[in-house]
Design a protein around this ligand. Structure first.
Ligand code: COA
Length: 239
């Protein structure tokens, strides 16, 4: 894997509800030297997470990633880690890779599972989920061709960001013990062409219709908001 240096970012931090200050921060790869602090943040998140929105995984899974089973980027504001983005170099969803993504064994080895991104409340609104995805893509460019991730249809902030990063939804099914998730993929080396001209759409809350549309081979590529809520637009992949 490529080396990853340090990047200096000046981020806005929320002081009171509508009052911001600018804070110089550093983006870098976290290592086992960051273990205590990173694990503490992971634990805070895990204890507050609503599984309908987001399941962060166990301490062991987190440490496995930090120890080389994947990679973690972190942003530090001089006092604490304020953002983490984790990627696992394997997935427990082999069936999805084989059956739904139609990856061959060689291709499976070139697939990374984008686990999660968390941003401290005070730093939300700096596009860090989006930004860290692109840094991650650059870091993993030589070693991986496919990214796979899951996002809850109720986690709108995350879903919007993930789709802005170039992921498209190819399935909607239960994951993590019965919680609905979009399954999304990004082909890192090829920008997908999606036929948008004759697109169809469905409300995010209408799981059945969306599942039917995706079973017909269409993929979800954009979110739009109208008077009846947020809808997903679906189009045909042009291969
Ligand atoms: C999802 C998440 C990483 C997005 O953070 P982010 O990259 O800072 O989000 P954005 O920069 O796109 O934020 C866009 C706007 O939405 C707001 N926003 C983002 N996440 C929000 C949240 N969870 N609740 C309320 N508002 C939120 C931001 O404040 C910003 O508002 P503004 O335009 O008025 O400034 C962050 O919400 C988070 O850490 N959530 C908890 C963990 C999680 O669900 N992770 C995703 C699973 S992988």
């Amino acid at each position: 894997m490529k080396d990853f240096g340090e990047y200096h970012l000046c981020l806005k931090r929320r002081k009171k509800s509508e009052f911001f200050v600018k804070v110089p921060c550093i983006l870098r790869r976290l290592t086992m030297d960051d273990r205590e602090e990173a694990l503490a943040l992971h634990r805070v998140m895990a204890s507050n997470a609503n599984p309908e929105l987001f399941v962060p995984g166990t301490d062991e899974e987190f440490l496995h990633i930090l120890d080389g089973g994947g990679v973690i980027l972190g942003i530090h504001d001089g006092r604490r880690i304020v953002c983490m983005r984790t990627v696992l170099f394997e997935t427990r969803d082999e069936e999805v890779l084989r059956e739904d993504m139609k990856l061959l064994p060689d291709q499976m080895r070139r697939m990374a599972f984008i686990e999660y991104c968390v941003v401290h409340r005070d730093y939300r609104g700096n596009n860090l989920q989006f930004l860290t995805c692109f840094f991650m893509e650059d870091l993993l460019w030589d070693d991986f061709d496919y990214f796979y991730t899951t996002v809850s249809p109720r986690n709108l902030y995350s879903l919007r960001n993930v789709m802005d990063c170039g992921f498209y939804a190819f399935h909607l099914k239960e994951r993590y013990g019965g919680h609905m998730r979009y399954l999304l993929r990004k082909d890192v080396k090829h920008s997908p062409s999606i036929r948008m001209k004759r697109h169809v759409s469905a409300p995010l809350r209408d799981y059945r219709t969306q599942q039917r549309i995706m079973n017909d081979g269409l993929v979800g590529y954009r979110l739009v908001r109208n008077t009846s809520g947020v809808w997903m637009l679906f189009g045909q992949l042009i291969k």
